[in-house]
Design a binder for this molecule. Structure first.
Ligand SMILES: Cc1cc2nc3c(=O)[nH]c(=O)nc-3n(C[C@H](O)[C@H](O)[C@H](O)COP(=O)(O)O)c2cc1C
Length: 364
């Protein structure tokens, strides 16, 4: 029988349980430049002491010129490395593994959109933000690829136990998989093999730079849930390819700001049936690939998580909102297995708002 509290090993990384805090942008708790603040350190400390085995940070931009959100983390230069050290120390003291999520955002942004060049696979207006990106040239793609590599190397230098490439949710990399946003006619567009190419190249370039032993993972959509978006079989192909070239973990999510109504990333949950909403897709992917899979999206009930672990090859459970609401949820579930109190109001998704049920930490 599998259990959320089983200790796990991925290569030489020893994880104290199967619980992962999924990347969550704690809006307004970073400096403008993307450094950690005392408030964010406090927030991460609560999560770490709440016993998540693995904590994936908020997305951190790998290029200074690309900033999908204000007050997000950054890993775009060497000066930022120092700012992460206090939190790595706290994680090490508590046997929690810290993973930095690295991102190039692209057109799914409403932040500072008139003062910077925003790149996309093609020059197609973003359905949610209305931003029209510039189609990235091959030279610009190489610059982005190199920025991901440098971001991963900096994460390693800072003491992170690994990185997660943000390949999901309608940001730049996931747009390559999406035929609506990717209209390219070169080696990076058209066929499925071409649409998947940049993601595989970035993974392989990072792997070469950080070495075989370092933990490198990715977050992927199972489907985009929009007209002419990437399909389940597209993403299954990508997951298989990444698994074959040695990715250490794939976190399965889905949707974006461009998805059909109520079929996005962060869904309202009105019934038990609506919880764990990417389970069917995650289960199929986990069955087909060697790499371990973590499933994210709408987990709030211990018994349901237990069933997922035991009825599928899914190895890890990733949680965002329920941990925003109850940072000590994993500890609490050891003695009290009642569901998370999160009501999926999604107010935590708006800048500066922590869970409305928690005491306020003053935002910047
Ligand atoms: C406030 C907030 C910020 C988020 N920021 C990120 C992020 O930086 N990167 C990311 O991949 N997903 C982000 N997400 C999505 C979550 O990681 C997760 O995929 C989604 O919320 C569904 O899981 P849940 O039902 O456990 O919340 C964010 C979600 C919330 C609520």
């Amino acid at each position: 029988m599998k259990n959320l509290f089983d200790s796990m090993e991925i290569k030489n990384l020893k994880l104290k349980n199967r619980a992962i805090r999924s990347a969550t942008n704690e809006r307004a708790f970073c400096s403008e430049k993307g450094e950690l603040t005392p408030q964010l350190i406090e927030l991460y400390k609560e999560l770490i002491e709440g016993d998540v085995g693995t904590l994936i940070t908020s997305f951190a931009n790998v290029l200074e010129s690309d900033q999908p959100a204000q007050y997000m983390l950054g890993i775009y230069n060497e000066q930022l490395i120092e700012s992460y050290k206090p939190i790595i120390d706290i994680a090490n003291d508590n046997n929690c593994k810290m993973i930095l999520q690295i991102v190039y955002g692209g057109s799914q942004t409403s932040y500072n959109v008139n003062n910077r060049i925003i790149l996309g696979p093609s020059s197609v207006e973003n359905l949610s933000s209305k931003v029209i990106p510039k189609e990235a040239t091959i030279e610009e793609l190489n610059e982005i690829k190199n920025a991901f590599v440098q971001g991963a190397l900096r994460a390693k230098k800072a003491g992170f136990h690994g990185v997660q490439i943000h390949g999901a949710h309608g940001y730049f990399l996931s747009q390559f998989m999406n035929p609506y946003y990717n209209r390219r006619e070169d080696n990076y567009g058209g066929s499925l093999e071409n649409r998947a190419r940049i993601i595989l190249e970035i993974y392989q370039d990072i792997r070469k730079a950080v070495g075989e032993e370092y933990f490198v993972s990715i977050k992927l959509n199972c489907e985009d849930f929009m007209e002419n978006g990437s399909t389940f079989s597209d993403n299954l192909y990508l997951a298989k390819e990444l698994s074959n070239v040695g990715i250490d973990l794939i976190e399965i999510s889905g949707g974006s700001g461009s998805s059909y109504k109520d079929q996005g990333v962060i869904r309202a949950i009105k019934s038990i049936e609506e919880e764990s909403y990417f389970y069917e897709q995650g289960k199929l992917i986990a069955k087909e690939i060697k790499a371990p899979v973590s499933l994210v999206g709408g987990h709030k009930r211990y018994e349901k998580i237990d069933n997922i672990l035991n009825d599928s090859k899914i190895e890890f459970i990733s949680i965002s909102r329920a941990l925003v609401s109850e940072p000590d949820l994993i500890n609490r579930w050891k003695i009290d297995k009642t569901p998370s109190r999160c009501i999926s109001c999604n107010k935590c998704f708006f800048r500066g708002k922590r869970c409305t049920l928690l005491p306020k930490i003053k935002a910047l």
